[in-house]
Design a protein around this ligand. Structure first.
Ligand code: AP5
Ligand code: MG
Length: 213
């Protein structure tokens, strides 16, 4: 099963992607996590990506597409995957579509997690992330068992550099301008499914499982 998660920054794409991957035993591929891990390891790609991410802008397609195509070519992706944060522009979606068509393959579902902008800034300010395994928490709604420590891998939790309120505003405008058009793109391919992301995370997940079957 191949799934794309759509939705504004902070809508809960990563949270739901992780739950889907745990249930269906397929890899969770987040381009944001891949960039953050490159930044942490001080790679050339990480240095370039950080310039854009810190401003809340998209990393250019030419840096992003190759990273993603390399990742999905891995052996662990042969039975499916969840893409979280990719595609984010129409050109990225076109490249993915072309690559999959070459393999006589396709995306099964594009799931749009809908959350109004008003809720987003509040969610982001309470988010804590594990840069090692990608797990995400919220200090009020979804706290870790032990404060500041990841439940999954025991690493330290941090606040993301791009979760400052002014950067979040910018990420939201970039989302509306460049990423939201993908909703119509996948609707026209008849694979778009929409869920209400303002519900409790377990209820959102239940709605997604009903869609996936
Ligand atoms: P990325 O890491 O993908 O960030 P994003 O899309 O902005 O989304 P987030 O990770 O912020 O939010 P999310 O939807 O995953 O929400 P989460 O589950 O964490 O990208 C970062 C940057 O990398 C981009 O700005 C760009 O520069 C670059 N980039 C990445 N991919 C790219 C691409 N393809 N092309 C170009 N550039 C790219 O949830 C948010 C918070 O809410 C958490 O604290 C969570 O615990 C909480 N929460 C989740 N669900 C609920 C719920 N139901 N109720 C209450 N709280 C909840
Ligand atoms: Mg995320």
């Amino acid at each position: 099963m191949k799934i794309i998660m759509l939705g504004a920054p902070g809508a809960g794409k990563g949270t739901q992607a992780q739950m889907i991957c745990d249930k269906y035993n397929i890899p969770h591929i987040s381009t944001g996590d891949l960039f953050r891990s490159n930044i942490k390891n001080g790679t050339e790609l990480g240095k370039k990506a950080k310039e854009y991410m810190d401003k809340g802008q998209l990393v250019p397609d030419e840096l992003t597409v190759e990273l993603l195509l390399d990742r999905v070519a891995n052996e662990d992706c042969k039975d499916g995957y969840v893409l979280d944060g990719f595609p984010r522009t129409i050109p990225q979606a076109d490249v993915l579509d072309k690559e999959l068509t070459k393999l006589s393959d396709k995306i099964d579902f594009a799931i749009d997690v809908e959350v109004p902008d008003e809720n987003i800034v509040r969610r982001m300010s309470g988010r804590r992330a594990c840069l090692k395994c990608g797990a995400t928490y919220h200090i009020e709604h979804i706290p870790p068992k032990q404060e500041g420590i990841c439940d999954r891998c025991g690493s330290e939790l941090v606040q993301r550099d791009d979760d400052k309120p002014e950067t979040v505003q910018n990420r939201l405008s970039v989302y509306h301008e460049q990423t939201q058009p993908l909703i119509e793109y996948y609707n026209s391919k008849n694979i778009l499914k929409t869920v209400d992301g303002t519900k409790d995370m377990n209820d959102v997940f239940e709605d997604i499982v009903k869609i996936l079957g």
